[in-house]
Design a protein around this ligand. Structure first.
Ligand code: PLP
Length: 400
C-alpha cells in the first residue's frame, strides 16, 4: 500500500482528534524515520521528547525483547525482579528517595495531584476537600477531565465540563502572582519549567527559584512537571536544575522508556511518597517488569551516552546557527538544550505550512499552537546531521 491508501484508511476508521502530517512511517533508526514509499526523514519532534535516546535504540530494544521472553506483567499484587532495580537506579540518578511508577504522563500528573492533596490533609492540616493547587496559564499536563479542568486552552476544556474544582490559575512567569494566590488552603504549585506545548515558553531567569522559595516559606509543595523537559531534553537532567531548584515532587514520563513503551513516574522523598497507604492508588500496568526493564535500559542509555551533555552542547550549536537565519517570518528563536521553538510572525500564515514545507525537505517537525515550530530532535543527533538540516530549515523559513 502507498501513503494515500494508509491515510484514507486511517481517516475512515480513526477518530478525528489528531491532525497528522501525511507521512506514513514504517521504520525508524536513531534520528531517522522512513515512510512506506521509501523516503527518509530527520525526526525533529522525537514524539514530543519521548525519543531522547533515538528510535529503536539497540540497547533498549534488547532489554525489551529479553524481558518479554521472561515475564511481562505480574500486577502489583505480586512483586517482580525488575522493579526494585528500576527504583534504585532511578533514585540514584535523580536524588529522590522514592518512586511511584505509572504508564502515561497524564496518569503520573494525576498521581502527583493526589499525593499533594493527601499531604495537604494528612500533614498540612488543610480541612478535607478544601485543598487548592496553583497552576499556570498556558499549561499542558494531559487530557483527563481533572487536568483539562485547569487548562487555559478553550479547545482542550470547553466541551468537557463539569470540571474538577480545587485549582487556581495564575500567569506563567510571574512569581508574585503565585505569592498573591496562596491561601491557608494551598497545597501545591504545579508548573512546567518550560512550557513545551504552549510553544516552548521559557520563563524569566529566576522564576523557578522564586517560586520554590515562595512555596517553601508558605509550607506549599512545588511540583515540577518534567515529562517533556526532563531526562536531558533541555541540557540538564531536569530543567529545574538551571536554577538549582529541587522540587518536592517531580513528574517524568516520555523518555523514561526511550519511546518503546509508556512508562512514567512520580519522584519524591519518603516524607511524601511514604504517605500513600496500600489501596490509596494503583495501576494494573504501572511498574510491570517489562516497563521496569525498559526504563532501566532507557536510563542507562542517557547515562552511558552522555545525552544530557550532548543536548546542552548540540542545543547551543543548533540554536546559535538557527539564529543566523534572516527571514521576515521569524519573530523569535528560543530554546534550552535541544528543545527549540521558532516563533513566526502572525503574518507568516501559520506554522503548519512551514511544517509541511519542512516535510518536503525531509525534516519532520510539528507546529505547536498557531505560530511556533518546535525543533526537538533525539539527543543522539550529531553536528553533521544538524549541518545537513540547517540549509533546509533556512530555505523553508525564507519561503514566500
Ligand atoms: N505533561 C507535559 C508537560 C507534557 O508535555 C505531556 C505530553 O505532551 C503530558 C504531561 C502528558 O503526557 P502523556 O501524553 O504521556 O499522557
Amino acid at each position: 500500500m502507498k501513503t494515500a491508501e494508509y491515510v484514507s484508511l486511517e481517516d475512515q476508521y480513526g477518530a478525528n482528534n489528531y491532525h497528522p502530517l501525511d507521512v506514513v512511517i514504517s521504520k525508524a533508526r536513531g534520528v531517522w524515520v522512513y515512510d512506506v514509499d521509501g523516503r527518509k526523514y530527520l525526526d525533529c519532534l522525537s514524539a514530543y521528547s519521548a525519543l531522547n535516546q533515538g528510535h529503536v535504540h539497540p540497547a533498549i530494544q534488547k532489554a525489551l525483547i529479553q524481558q518479554a521472553k521472561k515475564v511481562t506483567l505480574t500486577s502489583r499484587a505480586f512483586r517482580n525482579d525488575q522493579l526494585p532495580l528500576f527504583y534504585k537506579e532511578l533514585s540514584e540518578m535523580t536524588g529522590y528517595e522514592k518512586v511511584l511508577p505509572m504508564n502515561s504522563g497524564t496518569e503520573a500528573v494525576e498521581t502527583a495531584l493526589k499525593l499533594a492533596r493527601k499531604w495537604a490533609y494528612a500533614v498540612k492540616g488543610i480541612p478535607r476537600h478544601q485543598a487548592e493547587i496553583i497552576v499556570a496559564s498556558g499549561n499542558f499536563h494531559g487530557r483527563t477531565i481533572s487536568i483539562v479542568s485547569f487548562s487555559s486552552e478553550a479547545q482542550y476544556r470547553d466541551d468537557f465540563g463539569p470540571f474538577t474544582p480545587g485549582f487556581v490559575t495564575v500567569s506563567y512567569g510571574d512569581a508574585s502572582e503565585i505569592a498573591n494566590a496562596i491561601t491557608p488552603n494551598t497545597a501545591a504549585v504545579m508548573l512546567e519549567p518550560i512550557q513545551g506545548e504552549a510553544g516552548v515558553i521559557i520563563p524569566p531567569t529566576g522564576y523557578l527559584g522564586q517560586v520554590k522559595a515562595i512555596c517553601q516559606s508558605n509550607n506549599v509543595l512545588f511540583i515540577a512537571d518534567e515529562i517533556q523537559t526532563g531526562l536531558g531534553r533541555t541540557g540538564r537532567l531536569f530543567a529545574c536544575q538551571y536554577e538549582n531548584v529541587r522540587p518536592d515532587i517531580v513528574i517524568i514520563g516520555k523518555a523514561l522508556s526511550g519511546g518503546f513503551y509508556p512508562v512514567s513516574a512520580v519522584l519524591a522523598d519518603n516524607s511524601l511518597l511514604g504517605l500513600f497507604a496500600p489501596g490509596d492508588h494503583g495501576s494494573t500496568f504501572g511498574g510491570n517488569p517489562l516497563a521496569a526493564a525498559v526504563g532501566r535500559a532507557a536510563l542507562k542509555v542517557i547515562r552511558d551516552e552522555h545525552l544530557v551533555e550532548r543536548s546542552a552542547e548540540l542545543g547551543e550549536y543548533f540554536l546559535s546557527q538557527l539564529r543566523t537565519i534572516k527571514s521576515p517570518h521569524i519573530k523569535e528563536i528560543r530554546g534550552k538544550g535541544l528543545l527549540i521553538g521558532v516563533e513566526l510572525n502572525p503574518e507568516a500564515g501559520g506554522a503548519r505550512r512551514f511544517c509541511e514545507a519542512l516535510m518536503k525537505q525531509r525534516i519532520l517537525a510539528k507546529e505547536t499552537h498557531q505560530n511556533v515550530i518546535r525543533l526537538a530532535p533525539p539527543l543522539i543527533i550529531d553536528k553533521k546531521t544538524i549541518d545537513w538540516a540547517l540549509p533546509r530549515i533556512r530555505k523553508v523559513l525564507r519561503m514566500k
